[in-house]
Design a protein around this ligand. Structure first.
Ligand code: ADP
Ligand code: MG
Length: 695
């Protein structure tokens, strides 16, 4: 048996089952089977009695007893199979809502069995639905943790059940000493006290005991993270040695003049530090690829602008790309405003730029008359050509992914420097994995004098007092946002809610000028309404989430979010970031109904507990999972088997450091102690052909 051996040659499988297993589980070879890890274990040392299950509601447990009185009940939708289960301490109902004659015949009655599943309390009775059943035939030397594998009805019908997988893997595992070689260098194994690779594979399938299981899992997580980091570390290293970039050695007049005369405030220490990191990159003749992380309101835009001025000082053009038209416009206005007394040319290019203006922009980019281009995805179009693009900044809302980032590279013969800015912070583990091809800078400090926003949770019955509070703020001269959800599936209903909300507010706040902005309005109309609010002529802004990113109105001090339970955490945090931009104390009020899911409750509580975007992003990842946080197109990149980005931050950091050291010591994998690692790495690259798409 080798790793490449087809599974059809394993005892008890054969050609027909091999085809089925491959089609359902994607397992073709012995190696695939070794990586088919149990998704949970049956702990045989803990057998529960019927009279003990009160405390175990909704938990998967193991019980031992006899099944009897098997019968079909009900018709149509209520048609079900039931049975009794007794163990001498009491009786439990078993129930199957989906079953076949075949299944009925499989269920052993009046003989000692183990049953395994979740117990539920319903209408005064305890029951277990769809239990897994095994005859009591435990062997003397069996381990007490028994692996359970992900399966499907289709497989189980063909007797490819837990027992089958256990037996097959038992056979394969006897060959582990010949099949599995160590692939992590010995010094790293020592330093992190990792279980050896063969032992880890053995114990992930058949744990000798619980602590062996934990050690095996840690080892396999470490290995997965290690080779992931190695792949990106190599890429980064190759990039650093090969990808030439335009050197920006000069800090010249554009930068200095602006810094001394036009900077409206002192930079925070964090902004200064990040700027230094960027300058360090730009001095060298290597292309910069940097991620700039910072909380909402931490002042990323100023860092972006100063970097663009550096580009100009060195004779290069820059572009700044934002995810939405509103945000691009905002960036453009802000930058044009800051540069109003300088000769620097800045232009805005979006989907709605008129043809004549567009042509002019194209010309001026080519001639070099235009120095800074701000825009949406429109800047990526082929027709947009630069004379000498030296810097591309991406303000990300949705994660763009490496491919899209790379499309900016081709805008110059030597690729421009790339700075990616996140709209809201992303968890550290995600940054270290999804963005592992980038260097990371963090602005971990807000400008001085910001008062933390006070966040409160209110319900419909509190509405009068919420309005009362809003009126007091208005009296002080402040402005207020009311934001309504607009989620596509229920668009028309949401639209109705928004309109009703508007009417209610208009009624309750008589005499106060109100703006309204929503997605169904024409751009000019939207613009007009927005301008009125920005100029302070209207005092209340009723809007859907179109204002999520963008609007900067320092005088606005209250953000009321309606149906807040329907917003995601990062969205709530973004919205809240629209206030607290001035010197005044600001407030965020989260209005919800009484009925909320547990997850919504956790989101609302998190918002009330903290203003820290980094903490919020961690909770968001725990609730939604890393894949959802990235957006579906990108999640394949972080599709780990064992590693869990919500829990394994320490391992990710350890492997990142280990890989960095290793690449410094032996960048070409020439040392003898690195040969097995190298061989495995190459083998893995070949196997996961799709990985190469990432670069
Ligand atoms: P974000 O990081 O969310 O993009 P912005 O760049 O929009 O944040 O900055 C938020 C606000 O803070 C802007 O009004 C900006 O002018 C202001 N700001 C940025 N840096 C500083 C600073 N060092 N001191 C005071 N205000 C600052
Ligand atoms: Mg911003």
């Amino acid at each position: 048996m080798t790793l490449e051996t087809s599974i059809e040659y394993i005892k008890g499988i054969g050609q027909e089952r091999a085809v089925l297993i491959n089609s359902v589980l994607g397992i073709k070879t012995v190696e695939d089977f070794l990586y088919f890890f149990p998704n949970r274990y049956l702990d045989r040392s803990k057998v529960y009695k019927v009279n003990e299950i009160q405390a175990q509601e909704s938990v998967e447990i193991l019980m031992k007893g006899k099944i009897w009185d098997l019968k079909e009940l009900g018709t149509g939708k209520g048609h079900r199979l039931t049975a009794k289960f007794s163990d001498g301490t009491g009786t439990l109902d078993l129930v199957w809502f989906k079953f076949s004659k075949w299944l009925m015949n499989q269920i052993p009655q009046n003989t000692e069995v183990f049953i395994f599943g979740r117990v539920n309390h319903f209408n005064g009775y305890w029951s277990m639905s769809h239990p897994e059943i095994e005859l009591d035939e435990q062997k003397e030397n069996d381990n007490y943790l028994r692996p359970l594998y992900p399966s499907s009805e289709k497989l189980i019908k063909r007797k490819l059940n837990h027992k089958f997988f256990q037996n097959t893997l038992k056979i394969i595992c006897t060959h582990i000493p010949q099949l599995i070689e160590e692939n992590i260098p010995e010094n790293i194994i020592q330093r992190h006290q990792l279980m050896s690779r063969p032992l880890a594979f053995l114990n992930i399938h058949f744990p000798q005991n619980y602590s062996y299981y934990e050690a095996a899992q840690k080892r396999l997580k470490f290995e997965e993270a290690f080779f992931f980091q190695l792949r990106f570390g190599l890429k980064k290293q190759q990039h650093k040695t090969h990808a030439v970039g335009h050197p920006f050695p000069i800090v010249g007049d554009y930068f200095n003049h602006f810094y001394q005369n036009s900077l409206p405030f002192e930079l925070t220490l964090a902004q200064k530090r990040v700027l230094k990191e960027i300058r360090n990159d730009l001095k060298k003749n290597r292309q910069m690829n940097r991620l700039l992380q910072g909380d909402v309101g931490s002042g990323k835009t100023m860092v972006a602008l100063l970097t663009m001025l550096l580009a100009m000082d060195n004779g290069f053009q820059s572009c700044l790309m934002a995810p939405t038209e509103i945000l691009a416009t905002q960036h453009y206005n802000g930058i044009a405003d800051l540069l109003h007394d300088s000769p620097i040319q800045v232009k805005l290019l979006t989907g709605s730029t008129k043809a004549a203006e567009r042509r002019k922009i194209h010309q001026d980019l080519l001639s070099g008359a235009l120095s800074i281009l701000v825009g949406t995805h429109a800047v990526l179009e082929k027709k947009v050509e630069f004379k000498n693009l030296g810097l591309a900044i991406i303000d990300e809302q949705h994660r763009f992914g490496v491919a899209q980032r790379a499309s900016l590279w081709s805008k110059n013969t030597i690729p421009p420097h790339i700075l990616v800015m996140t709209a809201t912070p992303i968890p550290r583990t995600l940054a270290m994995s999804f963005y592992s091809d980038l260097d990371v800078s963090v602005i971990d400090e807000l400008p001085l004098g910001r008062k933390p926003i006070i966040t409160a949770h209110r319900k419909e019955r509190d509405r009068i007092s919420v309005y009362q509070f809003a009126k007091e703020e208005l009296k002080k001269g402040r402005q207020i946002y009311f934001v309504y959800p607009l989620i596509e599936e229920s668009e028309s209903l949401d639209y109705k809610n928004l309109m009703e909300g508007f009417e209610q507010i208009a009624h309750d706040f008589q005499g106060i000028p109100i703006s309204m902005v929503h997605g169904k309005m024409k751009p000019e109309e939207k613009d007009q309404q927005m301008k009125e609010f920005v100029a302070g002529r209207t005092k209340i802004m009723v809007a859907t989430t179109v204002i999520e990113v963008g609007v900067n109105v320092p005088n606005a001090s209250v953000m009321v979010i309606e149906s807040a339970e329907r917003f995601g955490l990062s969205q709530l945090h973004q919205l809240r970031g629209r206030v607290g931009r001035g010197a005044e104390q600001s407030y965020c009020i989260l209005m919800t109904s009484d009925k909320m899911s547990q997850e919504s409750r956790k989101r609302i509580k998190t918002m009330c507990d903290t203003n820290d975007g980094f903490k919020i992003s961690e909770v968001d990842m725990q609730l939604r999972g890393p894949g959802d946080l990235l957006g579906t197109q990108q999640s394949g990149v972080i599709d780990f088997k064992q590693l869990d980005l919500t829990k394994d931050g320490i391992i990710i950091q350890q492997t990142k450091d280990a890989v960095e050291q290793l690449l410094m010591q032996d960048p070409l994998f020439l040392l003898p102690q690195h040969q097995k690692m190298k061989a495995f790495f190459i083998h893995q690259q070949k196997k996961k052909g799709h990985w190469s798409k990432i670069s």
